[in-house]
Design a protein around this ligand. Structure first.
Ligand SMILES: C[S@@+](CC[C@H](N)C(=O)[O-])C[C@H]1O[C@@H](n2cnc3c(N)ncnc32)[C@H](O)[C@@H]1O
Length: 261
């Protein structure tokens, strides 16, 4: 099947090729959320033995546990700044779309390096906010920043999307060998999506409905906010809905980094 226009030239194919060269052994996915990146790695890596996914949120851990059935995946509730694993416990460590959710990015990356075996792989995937992105990508990014502001007011760590240079600086500080840095306008997970033509179209009816529902889910979280903040953020939510209907929604561009310890 030919890929949709845009996805074929996005950079995602090169990232899939890089992942398909890695025999990943025992993998730790940090800040795993509902385990979405584990699903992508399972499809993209050359091979692997097993996964451990950690997250500090009880709710996310519950969700991730239901996402896997027969697969060799263990999900644990754990703070990534202070992991319970011995030094060199894993062949590969990964973190996806989570750097901007961390209170101390350096502490988490340094823990990831500690629990990795010498010669093991570090895989980092993170959206970036540098200019040059489409209106649909900007819609998604503005919605993420709105979401981050709501989280922050509710006491949850959530920063705006990082710049490419910031992401590189955090990972380069680990002093990994042979660091590959790739850039893609479409997430590598799109390559494995059964509805690839649908998700690659920012104005597809289902894509637009999903993005609008996401705004509504966030509007429903306003209970704990001060009235003035709630009113301001509700107006912003309505502006975002107008943007979604006009331009559609599409994931921001992503930096993908692979290095070895
Ligand atoms: C955007 S979500 C995860 C996304 C997921 N990795 C993916 O690629 O779809 C970010 C996650 O970071 C988790 N998180 C934030 N700080 C953490 C910490 N110190 N230890 C473990 N998990 C943390 C949050 O609970 C949240 O589930």
């Amino acid at each position: 099947m030919d890929l949709p226009e845009g996805l074929a030239s996005s950079g995602a194919l090169e990232i899939r090729a890089r992942l398909s060269s890695i025999s990943a052994g025992k993998i730790l996915d940090v800040a795993t959320g509902d385990g979405d990146f584990i699903q992508t790695l399972m499809k993209a890596l050359k091979d692997y033995d097993s996964f451990v996914g950690i997250d500090h949120s009880e709710d996310e851990v519950k969700k991730a546990k239901t996402a896997f059935d027969e697969e060799p995946v263990e999900i644990l509730q754990m703070d990534a700044e202070d992991m319970d694993f011995e030094d060199g416990s894993f062949d590969t460590v990964s973190i996806s779309h989570s750097l901007h959710h961390l209170a101390n990015i350096d502490a988490v990356l340094s823990e990831m390096k500690r629990v990795l075996k010498p010669g093991g792989h570090v895989i980092v995937q993170e959206n970036y906010s540098d200019p040059g992105q489409t209106e649909a990508q900007m819609t998604d990014m503005l919605a993420a920043h709105w979401d981050a502001e709501i989280d922050t007011l509710l006491g949850k760590t959530h920063f705006k999307t990082l710049r490419k240079r910031e992401i590189r600086d955090y990972v380069e500080a680990l002093g990994l060998g042979g660091l590959d840095v790739s850039d893609t306008t479409h997430p590598v997970k799109c390559l494995f999506c059964e509805k690839v033509f649908e998700c690659a179209d920012p104005l597809n009816e289902n894509v637009v409905s999903f993005a609008l529902e996401e705004i509504d889910r966030n509007l429903a979280r306003f209970g704990g906010l001060q009235d003035a903040d709630a009113a301001r953020l509700a107006e912003e939510g309505e502006r975002l809905k107008e943007r979604i209907r006009r331009f559609g929604s599409s994931s921001p561009s992503t930096l993908f980094l692979v290095g070895t310890k």
